[in-house]
Design a binder for this molecule. Structure first.
Ligand code: PDD
Length: 280
């Protein structure tokens, strides 16, 4: 793979970052994942806007521009021949040359890293046909989940708990209500209404979420943004998740209880179709 590190395109084995990098020592960094379909970037502008917001919330400078970053994304997609997959991007507060909790001087060079992940068959994923199984877990993350930081240990532990339980992913619960999936936004469908938690600091403001809710409204589907519980989800007609890496993915069971018929539901299937059609 050809990857990008601080202005240079390099073979991945030649790309290095300092051991003092604050991303490595303190998870002092933010990231974005942009999907690629048919060799084209999906919703780059949305991901760039969220990157700017994440940086701003953490008082981190923006080491790049919309135009330059788009060019790097396109060049990596081209150089690596990505038809379907993702571009990962990470910005950290850089390498102060030592370990210190306080931020380094503002002129410290930041670290900007990008790489691609090829996922042939992403749009036609077999999981989208069978749906995925989720378990519920306590949400153990910090209070600013709206910032897309690289502190991913809690989601990672959640994913492993799901795998150990024979499931695919975990829905996280706080004060009795579902926040989101380990790396996706969570939805249920009841009597035709699409129900998902409203935006706040408690969840990531998904770029796929914004697009899917827009398409749903355009298709005259009812959307309700409110809290919901795992018990309510188990009684729902359907459930699904959205993210840049899964688009719209049906959820067919929660904690071993089948949702609806136990098969991907019509609303999730339709939204997935619309999303892929509109994005391609
Ligand atoms: N995850 N919620 C969380 C906690 C996420 O990590 C993500 C994205 C989403 C969905 O956001 P979007 O639709 O903008 O991808 C919601 C990415 C894909 C990841 O960590 O790989």
């Amino acid at each position: 793979r050809t990857v990008y590190v601080n202005g240079e395109y390099l073979p991945e084995h030649e790309a290095t970052v300092s051991i003092f990098d604050r991303g490595f020592l303190m998870a002092d960094g933010v990231y974005e994942v942009t999907s690629v379909l048919d060799g084209k970037l999906i919703d780059f502008d949305g991901h760039y806007a969220r990157l700017e917001r994440s940086l701003g919330e953490l008082d981190m400078a923006n080491p790049t521009t919309h135009e330059d970053l788009l060019e790097v994304h396109r060049e990596l997609v081209r150089a690596n021949g990505i038809e379907e997959g993702m571009v990962y991007l990470q910005v950290t507060r850089g390498n102060p040359g030592d370990r210190d909790f306080a931020f380094p001087p503002e002129d410290t060079a930041q670290t900007l890293v990008l790489f691609t992940q090829s996922k042939p068959g992403l749009a036609n994923s077999p999981a989208a046909k069978t749906g995925i199984k989720v378990i519920s877990i306590e949400d153990q993350r910090w209070a600013r989940r709206d910032i897309k930081t690289v502190q991913l240990l809690a989601p990672s532990l959640g994913k492993m708990a799901a795998k150990r339980a024979g499931a695919d992913d975990a829905w996280m619960v706080e004060d009795g209500h579902v926040t989101e999936g380990t790396s996706n936004n969570a939805y249920i469908v009841k009597d035709g209404a699409i129900i998902t938690r409203g935006l706040s600091n408690d969840i990531l403001h998904g770029i796929t979420r914004a697009a899917v809710l827009r398409f749903a409204a355009e298709a005259q589907m009812q959307v309700v943004e409110r809290l919901f519980t795992i018990d309510e989800a188990k009684e729902a007609d359907e459930a699904f998740v959205t993210s840049a890496s899964t688009f719209v993915m049906p959820v067919v069971s929660i904690d071993g209880a089948a949702i609806g018929t136990g098969e991907p539901g019509p609303v999730a299937k339709r939204l997935r179709e619309i999303y892929l059609e509109e994005s391609m």
